[in-house]
Write a protein that binds this ligand. Sequence first.
Ligand code: AHR
Length: 498
Amino acid sequence: MTNRTVINTDRSKGSINRNIYGHFSEHLGRCIYEGIWVGEDSDIPNTQGIRNDVLEALRKLNLPVLRWPGGCFADEYHWRDGIGPRETRKRMINTHWGGVVENNHFGTHEFLLLCELLGCEPYINGNVGSGTVQEMQEWVEYMTFDGESPMANERQANGREEPWKVSYFGVGNENWGCGGNMRPEYYADLYRRYQTYVRNYGDNRIFRIACGASDFDYNWTEVLMREAARFMDGLTLHYYTIPHNWQRKGSATDFETSEWFETLRKALVMDELVQKHSTIMDKYDPQKRISLIVDEWGTWYDVEPGTNPGFLYQQNTMRDALVAAATLHIFHNHCDRVRMANIAQTVNVLQAVILTEGARMTVTPTYHVFDMFQVHHDAEALDINHQAASYSLNGASIPQTSVSASRGKDGVIHVSLCNLSHDEPAEITLELRGLTQQTIGALSLSGTLLQGNALNAHNTVEQPEEVSPSELTSIEQHEDGTIRVTLPPASVAVLRAG
Ligand code: AHR
């Protein structure tokens, strides 16, 4: 099958905001507790309670931004329960996720410490569903007020002298559902009211994020933009890729070829969603001041057999690597409007980049995609014209390949490529327009390839290297300057041309 891509190296589509590579960590299952927080007294090596192996793996990804504490948990979270001496913190029931006791040991100080250790921006999601305006106002004051104030004094008494820098603040989560079952008109008014008290103290400037739609709910976006656009900097979108349906989602590892295809077909729906929500936003915000923030995305399968259904723990295979790569390409392509995205969720939940089991951990195929694609962080997206061969199964068709290209600040061009086909290799011919023949001839070409020995290849703590990147060897440069890359079935690659 032939796939042909023209890369217009002299035409930029804008910058790929590194925040598109953001993550989401909720008080859900084993994401925060065990996955990130083990406590200072744990036998698992840790830095002030945060496990070192996970810290090290996340540092390697250069995580730009991390969203917390939820999710549905955010609209039941009362931040004051998570400050002060840990042993006296209030315990609560995590009603959404398994009905387990939440001891609040991981709170504001611990989360902001994690962000400092990772060198990433915090994205805090406030409580509109069951919280008060005063509570939200005081949280922002507690974190960011520099000087003498009741909240700043309390923060200092709890051991933090300097205010933190908090750039991103979400005013509610899924307020059309778990965040209060509101109508868009009602939420739009509440949003206007709550955000008024999310104040900028001192030099801290908060980027205010309104709760947006799920999937195809275009009316929610319309109403929010019509009623509240001037009060927001970002509007969210949530979309999960589910092979079947909410009742029977399908297994993460034990799947048929038809489920492979269907998962990828559904992942590609992200393109339509981003386009259509953006078109509505364009109507009210033609200058594209407001960002579309896809702060929950990824695959959602049935939980691993024998695990707590409320913990959303699933394995992660080459199928997830393809979903991640193709979705990130969609975000690159819409980088003029999509300026942040947060995969759900960082550790042990849904499409995680890390899985832990007690003291052991492994990184997933999705982790490797985020690692390989780091070259796109803040790079200039190049205009491309990609003609993909067709990948068909049971009467349906999707493109066999997905390609994205960017130029880094050092001038190096990176092209990321995926072959979605489960059984056919893909030959992709790349033509770099806008460069002289001499420059093209002098390019040094190299690359990295991610593939598995089966469609459901995955890593476990026993076999953490089952899926790991290798050198991309199938690169040929022709006399006319075109480059040909052959990708094995079900694989992701990044080509470096510099
Ligand atoms: O990521 C899991 C859940 O999915 C989040 O808590 C919620 O916002 C969404 O429905």
